[in-house]
Design a protein. Sequence first.
Length: 279
Amino acid sequence: MYHAKNRGGDAYEFFEGDMHERIEKQLQLDHVLRTGFLEDRFSLVFQPIIDIKNKSSELFEVLLHFSHPDFPNVSPAEFIPLAETTGLIRPIGQFVIRNALLHLHALDNQGDARYSLTINLSPRQLQDETFVGFLHDQLKDYRISPGRIILEITENSLMENNSRIEKILEQIRELGCLIAIDDFGTGFSSLSYLRRFEVDILKIDQSFIQRVPDDEADSNLIRGIINMARELGIVVIAEGVEKKEQYDFLIENGCDMAQGFYFSKPVKAEHVYNNKINY
Ligand code: C2E
Ligand code: MG
Ligand code: MG
């Protein structure tokens, strides 16, 4: 059933031999994640997002990290979708918000309060009616002004349950946090949501960035996105910048911000303050 649902629903799937193996693996991972949560195996890392014009980086994306000897390189891209189906996303999501704000609060105490964070939200978190209240309380507890927090959502989560999501996004805006579209260009959606939801930031998916400047179609697409966003007053962040040629292309075409291994890998909280960035 879940395989059919993952294909977008309205479909059927036959049970096959390798599914059994995959399900076993998922059950094992689910168990490891649940016990890992109690054993403090989750932590946060921070990837700088570069302001291309000012050559500065005061914005960081918060990324979840899971450390376990049996699953050494398991990415959130693998375990977040699983946590969504099992409900574990709720405590994990709260952990991310609480700890991200706690780290920001600690940085505030260490120096000036110039840093801002982008935090990823999965579709199910956006369905949770207690989410905005929780975020509000945490912002208050850590004395963080809401404008320093950007919530990243994907295009696909906008499509899931439109009126409910619309309400939650409105509440997030009322609270004063900003909204970014993550992995822009990979989802199925109509661009009209850019107007309807008052999006602040578009993050161009790394799959497009990978192929510039050699691929003409992708290069044109990125130029188009940058120009469209500028007309709409939306800030553009390029994701997954790994090479100098890609960075040069973005500078040349007036992209606002960028992140990727070229500048810096995600770092632990204690390195945010003195992280060396390759501009
Ligand atoms: P994302 O939000 O698009 O995050 C960017 C991913 O690309 C991260 O992978 C990051 O480590 C990786 N990345 C950054 N720069 C480069 C680069 O130059 N090249 C390449 N190849 N990759 C780069 P990560 O940490 O494995 O996260 C994967 C996805 O998991 C994220 O994609 C996001 O959708 C999700 N995720 C991560 N943390 C959280 C979280 O706290 N909550 C939720 N709901 N989802 C999260
Ligand atoms: Mg993201
Ligand atoms: Mg992304």
